[in-house]
Design a protein around this ligand. Structure first.
Ligand code: BGC
Length: 802
């Protein structure tokens, strides 16, 4: 499954399996990558796939979403309004480690003689299972079986079952279950994407309590003042005689089980783990007490109970979120099998990054690594929320509410950069802007419109008016105010509303005037604000009155937003028939991508920014992304011309690009490119295409792969909350099936090359459009429709446009 140009491990070590990631031999060259591939998490707590023995390892990582240290950003040359405080998600104390000694010999994978080895991440049980048969130098056959989980049901809980059986003799065993000091951050000085290392001690132990087989530690961060409690407790089951010893000094601790093992009699240890954290409101002592209570409860319920809960949680998840694909001919079956495995793993990782992200966002690497410092970007709103909105609206709602909780900080930030309204941070954990490079950071004002875009989609899909009228409306007012204040009615552009000095999604072209993506998205933001607030005024006077109270809204503002949106300048080049990315983009020299050596990508690591900026070269989809998000504002011909112009200029140096390129390629009928980009996006991490999966998974791209299936291959569109499908199944697939929750109704769709099948699994009745034809689904009804050929389709599209 995992293939990389330089590593290329044999496929029998990583066999393809629909529901599992399997490793059948110890493969040290892939150690770093597998720590990400086998990572577990629940959106609050994340653990890299390190071996229980703690060694060998690339990064021993345990992360709590949002648990961070702050530090002053030091600029060589400072300017007004620059972001001041850096934020870094911390690696917290490690509780995974369990060391094993047989006859005083440590179990150490690189030197152990292994008779059997298998590591499996099971996406249906939500466990990481490890089985190994070790023959010690003295000839003892030792079977080690472990199973680890991070509970999706119980936010603060993880657990490990660790069983050792000596098969052929009596021998003393020692099992040392540990809490270890937080390992240092994985810092990369040469790569700006990686996290920061700290010279000082960032996590200060301030409290601990322990007894028998339980150890609980309390910490406080040196600067941000965040507090942490973490603890472990154990249960041992064995018929062998044993003794237990515990030592804990506040920084670390171990519970040591010394067992007189008899042949064939297993020693079973259950390790229950908990983490609690606070922004500083709770003291470390209080968090230790909470940890104790969680451990009491978990210990009483037992490991099997956690396993059962995990399975039930995942059954429900897959019932709503699974995307099934099939290939027909032999080669296509193999390729589809790989894609199926990768697609499921991508969706599983999104769940692991978000399921219990309550009061936090989703870091760019989920909870699998520290690259990008654990920051939240627009990745959440544009790349992850579509999937979550259609399959797990509860999570989508939590994420939007979390954005709203940043609104006061966003108001302050707008003041700092001399603007009215609110400006959401480009990257952040605690709501403050943490981007130290304003050209590719703060200048990405489009983050405001991205949040509103996601809000609108969420409201259209779920009909959650409560969220819209409360949190949503307040964000609408403040973001609209920002746009109105940021742009201006330009005399030179015939009174059009222009927005200058911003950066669009393409970070290889910064601080430009009239970035098409930004202007289009800002227009939507302003329109949506004007209509929503206008409707509230007319039809929901109480909500409107509250909104006025919260925002000081004046009546004339609504008309101003409408006026700016109606007059928005959208760059267009008549001669080429394309939308220029910004006012000057087309004037620059074209970068010779074809003749740039492959080892000089990503360009940002090998060229001064100015060199990149003075060329027509694109990091990630920009106009092409606008054509996806706001597809009904472009004609099919414009889409084709824009794609054909921008695609050859796009390096794909950001993992956020390929999925979008695939969707538009599919829409314009370029199925070859659609499949090529789809495979690239789907296999991004499992095949380590970017070469950096060791640092964590690319969570936005993972959300993008769901969009490739649903918006790309199934051709779904949902403009204005109306569902339509125009499937474009690539030749290599013979079946695509998935479900959507739309306005509380549960829709299942399935496509083959010959027909579409729509089934309302639950709901009162749903109208959708199938290749331009209106379809009305009644409860429990299934409708199968033939797929029209290209010529019939053109006629249907024409009719639809009239
Ligand atoms: C991309 C951004 C993205 C960030 C985090 C950058 O490389 O250019 O669009 O938000 O990564 O994923």
């Amino acid at each position: 499954m995992i293939r990389h140009e330089t590593l290329n491990p044999p496929p029998h070590i990583y066999p393809v399996n629909e529901w599992k990631i399997i490793e059948t031999a110890f493969y040290p060259r892939f150690l770093a990558q597998t720590e990400t591939l086998f990572a577990l998490g629940n959106g609050y707590l994340g653990m890299r796939g390190n071996y229980e023995e703690g060694r060998p390892c690339f990064q021993n990582g345990t992360f709590i979403n949002g648990f961070h240290e702050t530090w002053p950003i030091v600029y060589g040359e400072k300017a007004f309004g620059f972001a001041r405080t850096g934020q870094t998600m911390l690696n917290v104390p490690d509780t995974k480690t369990i060391r094993l000694y047989v006859d005083d010999e440590p179990f150490f994978l690189p030197t152990a003689s292994l008779q059997l080895y298998e590591r499996v991440l099971d996406m249906q049980s939500g466990t990481l299972d490890f089985e190994v048969l070790w023959e010690t130098p003295s000839g003892k056959q030792v079977l080690i079986e472990s199973r680890r989980l991070v509970s999706l049901e119980q936010r603060h809980v993880a657990a490990i079952s660790y069983q050792v059986t000596v098969l052929n003799g009596d021998v003393p065993l020692v099992i040392s279950s540990e809490i270890r000091e937080a390992p240092p951050n994985q810092a990369g000085m040469e790569d700006p994407r990686q996290a920061r290392g700290f010279a000082h001690q960032v996590l200060i132990p301030v409290h601990h309590q322990s007894n028998e087989q339980r150890m609980v530690l309390g910490h406080r961060t040196a600067t941000s003042g965040m507090t942490l409690g973490c603890g472990v407790d154990h249960r041992i089951e064995t018929e062998n005689p044993y003794a237990v010893d515990m030592s804990c000094d506040g920084k670390q601790g171990r519970v040591v089980f010394s067992v007189e093992a008899r042949a064939g009699r297993p020693v079973q240890i259950f390790k229950f783990i908990t983490y609690h954290s606070s922004r500083g409101g709770a003291t470390p002592q209080e968090l230790c007490e909470r940890s104790e209570r969680t451990l009491d409860r978990t210990l009483t319920a037992g490991f099997d109970h956690l396993l059962k809960q995990q399975r039930v949680f995942l059954e429900e998840f897959w019932r709503k979120a699974d995307v099934q694909i099939e290939g027909d001919a032999e080669q296509a079956q193999r390729q589809a099998g790989e894609m199926q495995q990768a697609l499921r793993w991508n969706l599983f990782q999104i769940l692991q990054a978000s399921a219990r992200a309550e009061g936090t966002g989703i870091p760019a690497k989920g909870l699998t690594g520290q690259t990008y410092e654990g920051h939240y970007f627009w990745d959440t709103e544009i790349y992850l929320l579509p999937f979550l909105t259609y399959t797990e609206p509860r999570i989508a709602r939590n994420l939007l509410r979390f954005r709203h909780s940043m609104l006061d900080r966003a108001r302050e930030r707008a003041r700092e950069v001399n603007q009215k309204g609110a400006l959401f941070p480009w990257r952040t954990i605690n709501g403050e802007e943490a981007s130290a490079y304003y050209a590719a950071g703060t200048a990405q004002y489009h983050i405001n419109a991205d949040i509103i875009y996601a809000l609108r989609k969420y409201v259209e899909v779920t009909d959650d008016k409560a969220l819209l009228f409360n949190e949503g409306a307040e964000m609408l007012v403040e973001t609209a105010r920002l746009w109105l204040d940021l742009g201006f009615f330009s005399d030179r552009q015939g009174g059009k509303f222009c927005i200058h000095s911003v950066t669009g999604p393409d970070e290889y072209t910064t601080v430009v005037n009239n970035n098409a993506f930004t202007n289009l998205m800002a227009r939507e933001n302003l329109w949506y604000a004007a209509t929503t607030v206008g409707t509230m005024k007319d039809q929901h006077p109480e909500h409107y009155a509250t909104l006025v109270h919260k925002t000081g809204l004046e009546e004339g503002e609504i008309a101003d937003w409408q006026r700016a949106a109606d007059a928005m300048f959208i760059p267009y080049e008549e001669e080429l028939g394309i939308h220029p990315q910004d006012d000057n983009f087309l004037d620059s020299e074209i970068w010779d991508i074809k003749n740039t050596p492959r080892d000089k990508f990503p360009l940002l690591l090998y060229h001064h920014p100015l060199v990149i900026y003075r060329h027509q070269v694109i990091k990630q989809a920009d106009v092409v992304l606008a054509m996806f998000l706001l597809g009904d504002e472009f004609s099919r011909e414009q889409k084709k011309r824009n794609f054909d112009y921008y695609d050859p200029l796009t390096t794909g140096d950001s993992s956020l690009s390929a999925c979008i390129q695939s969707i538009i390629a599919a829409e314009i009928g370029n199925s070859g490119e659609a499949v090529r980009y789809a495979r690239y996006a789907v296999l991004m991490d499992l095949a380590d295409i970017g070469g950096n999966v060791r640092d964590g998974c690319h969570i936005a791209s993972m959300g993008g792969t769901w969009m490739v299936a649903v918006y790309g291959f199934a051709g779904m569109r949902d403009y204005g909350g109306r569902l339509s499908f125009d499937p474009r199944l690539p030749r290599m697939l013979c079946r695509l099936r998935f479900c959507l929750i739309f306005q509380g109704q549960d829709l299942e769709v399935e496509f083959t090359h010959q027909q579409a099948r729509y089934r309302l699994r639950e709901g009162q009745g749903l109208t959708l459009s199938h290749q331009g034809q209106r379809v009305e689904l009644k409860p429990d009804e299934e409708i199968a429709l033939p797929l029209a050929g290209e010529s019939q389709l053109c006629a249907a599209r024409k009719k639809e446009r009239q």
